[in-house]
Design a protein around this ligand. Structure first.
Ligand SMILES: NC(=O)C1=CN([C@@H]2O[C@H](COP(=O)(O)OP(=O)(O)OC[C@H]3O[C@@H](n4cnc5c(N)ncnc54)[C@H](OP(=O)(O)O)[C@@H]3O)[C@@H](O)[C@H]2O)C=CC1
Ligand SMILES: O=C(O)C1=N[C@H](C(=O)O)C[C@H](O)C1
Length: 236
């Protein structure tokens, strides 16, 4: 029987990726965690959409919770996560930084207070290696804004061409790529003669790594179901 004083054992599904390496560094800096490739208390997956079923299968076979930090997941992947969450605890987070978890709450509240007269545009910038766009965080912030408005997300992506008048109630997304940017997100509320801009700047991917460890610790011992970073910050 493991006790609370023992370090939480983290199994990294993709240890050699940028996030895998960042999480290993965060573990090395924190005596509350250790890496255990084969007998983790929790599996941490930051990899690629094509790997999702394999990571879920590993968690199901070991009967341990899993943190899914991978982005670019489609509806089919969401259904796979829901199916796995019948048997194990799954925390899905497009962004594990504590700042973005809080930003999501702020965006939901702002969208609710400002109402549909304020257009919402989401701008994100990431490093040149990123393969998915819009970022998972941008889409999750769009979902938060739609929730605040009491609607489903109607996304306008990558506008190009003519006759592009804004669709009523849509949320626009724009993506920039370049350099080593760890992750910038701006949620712009454009109203009549004023703009409110809620922003987050990731200065280093260690913020995602430390948040991932907080999420992993939160998951240990949790019953089957789907969890989010909101659950993690609510438990802080
Ligand atoms: N939730 C969050 O806070 C964050 C999420 N992310 C997301 O995490 C994911 C990974 O990002 P990042 O670490 O930068 O990406 P990298 O490309 O650096 O790493 C991806 C890793 O996944 C592995 N991988 C890819 N496909 C498979 C597969 N089919 N089976 C097993 N392993 C596989 C790769 O292995 P190999 O090299 O052998 O191909 C590699 O080690 C992305 O979706 C990104 O958007 C990133 C940062 C923060
Ligand atoms: O690929 C990245 O690097 C990041 N991906 C996540 C996303 O798609 O939102 C989180 C963070 O912004 C960094």
């Amino acid at each position: 029987m493991r006790t609370d004083e023992q370090p939480t054992r983290i199994s990294l599904f993709a240890p050699n990726g940028r996030m895998g390496r960042a999480i290993a560094t965060a573990v090395a800096d924190d005596p509350g965690f250790e890496i255990d490739a084969d007998h983790g208390d929790v599996i941490v997956d930051f990899s690629a959409p094509s790997a999702l079923q394999a990571s879920l299968d590993r968690a199901l076979a070991a009967a341990v919770p899993i943190l899914v930090g991978t982005t670019g997941l489609d509806d089919f992947a969401s259904r796979r996560i829901s199916a796995a969450a019948k048997d194990i605890a799954v925390l899905r987070a497009a962004n594990t930084s504590l700042g973005v978890a809080l930003l999501s709450d702020l965006v939901e509240r702002a969208a609710s207070v400002l109402g549909p007269e304020w257009d919402i545009e989401i701008l994100e910038m990431h490093h040149r290696q990123k393969t998915d766009a819009p970022s998972g965080t941008a889409l999750a912030l769009g979902d938060a804004a739609a929730r605040g408005r009491g609607t489903k997300l109607n996304a306008e992506r990558g506008r190009k061409g003519t006759n592009l008048k804004r669709e009523e109630g849509a949320i626009g997304f724009a993506s920039l790529r370049g350099g080593t940017v760890a992750g910038d997100h701006d949620v712009i509320f454009a109203g009549p003669e004023e703009r409110l801009i809620l922003s987050h700047r990731a200065e280093n991917r260690m913020i995602f790594a430390r948040g991932a460890l907080a999420a992993a610790k939160f998951l240990v011992g949790k019953p089957a179901g789907i969890y989010s970073m909101r659950d993690v910050i609510d438990a802080l």
